[in-house]
Write a protein that binds this ligand. Sequence first.
Ligand SMILES: NC(=O)C1=CN([C@@H]2O[C@H](COP(=O)(O)OP(=O)(O)OC[C@H]3O[C@@H](n4cnc5c(N)ncnc54)[C@H](O)[C@@H]3O)[C@@H](O)[C@H]2O)C=CC1
Ligand SMILES: O=C(O)C(=O)COP(=O)(O)O
Length: 388
Amino acid sequence: MYQIKILNKISPVGLERFESDRYTVGSEVAGEDGIVVRSAPLLDYEFPESLLAIARAGVGVNNIPIDRCSEAGVAVFSTPGANANAVKELVLCAMLMSSRDVDGSIQWVREQVKAGVEVSTVVEKGKSAFVGPELYRKTLGIIGLGAIGSLVANMAIALGMDVYGYDPYLSVNAALRLDRHVHVVQDIRELYKRADYITVHIHYTPQTKQMIDEKAIAAMKRGVRFINLARGEIVDDEAMIAALDSGWVAAYMTDFPNNALVQTPHVVAMSHLGASTPESEQNCAAMAVDELKDYLENGNIHNSVNLPEVVMERSGLMRLCVIHKNVPAMLANITALLSRDGINVENLSNKSKGDLAYTMVDLGAPLEQRVVDEVRQLANVIRVRAIL
Ligand SMILES: NC(=O)C1=CN([C@@H]2O[C@H](COP(=O)(O)OP(=O)(O)OC[C@H]3O[C@@H](n4cnc5c(N)ncnc54)[C@H](O)[C@@H]3O)[C@@H](O)[C@H]2O)C=CC1
Ligand SMILES: O=C(O)C(=O)COP(=O)(O)O
């Protein structure tokens, strides 16, 4: 039986994919082989020796200690694109709310009622305080044109906006998804100087930490409306609050509230709602569970953030899966041990990603435990599994 620990609330559409005769699934499971998680913080989590993989039902993996996982040979999976539409739709809501003061207007209406005023008698007089511009024919700047950014770009074109996108690592697939009217710029300052609205859709990493700082904000147009449904840490809060106070930034819409931001005028802070739709929760859960199961049962790797993509039809009688450092001669050293024992290699794949590599070998006959142990003892080998 595989032991699967569930952290966070994961849609049953995903959890039901774990067959009860092969998997024990729950939040109290110990000695887990796999973890399914959303945003629960795992940076200080003590992994048991047994842990083989973590599946993030979502895309941001800044809550997972990737380096520590790589060192321990723990595969980390995510679900690219599975929640992108949900975020795109909330960006539309945020753009509208940054423009038309819907939040202020609703609050004002409630306050009238609370104060004993018949609100219908004051609406027409009061509404002028909440006027705001339309999106049509305004310019949107998008930082990051991946799964979410590209959907936002195409949506904004359909709304009649002029769209500028910046993504120095734009993948060919993402570029092909973009409407041809999107202007892709090489220099982020081109976007800053033009955009009436800016939305950010990048991962939070040491490189993107506080990327939106005082200097970046100063390069933007006065009165810009800024939307951050990516991660709070990408924006320097102090610089943003100062810019809101001075009026340089007209509105800051964020999915990552903290008390200082919430108490600042012109901030609308939500409770990390970007992926909180039933559709996206189901998509993410199903994809995460499928990735985890295929890894546990077959060693196949789909959508890992720390290991290469390696997927192979099963053949032979045993599959050997080796996570090792990406250094010369590993393949030769592994296959030498197999051939020395007279075992035929039916099929083989060897790929690398950064400092790690993965070798998956289908064998014509099961290996003796001692050979598996010898592979395990090879220099630069991190983890070995033999799957029947
Ligand atoms: N609020 C919410 O609930 C959600 C938030 N997110 C956040 O959105 C982020 C992006 O998600 P996806 O679009 O699905 O990821 P993705 O991987 O498809 O796209 C990210 C894009 O950012 C680009 N990029 C990297 N560094 C950059 C830089 N310095 N400047 C400009 N572009 C850069 C990459 O080349 C890539 O195209 C996630 O990492 C997560 O933090 C994602 C889903 C839900
Ligand atoms: O996928 C992401 O990066 C998200 O931010 C969504 O997080 P959640 O699964 O809603 O906790």
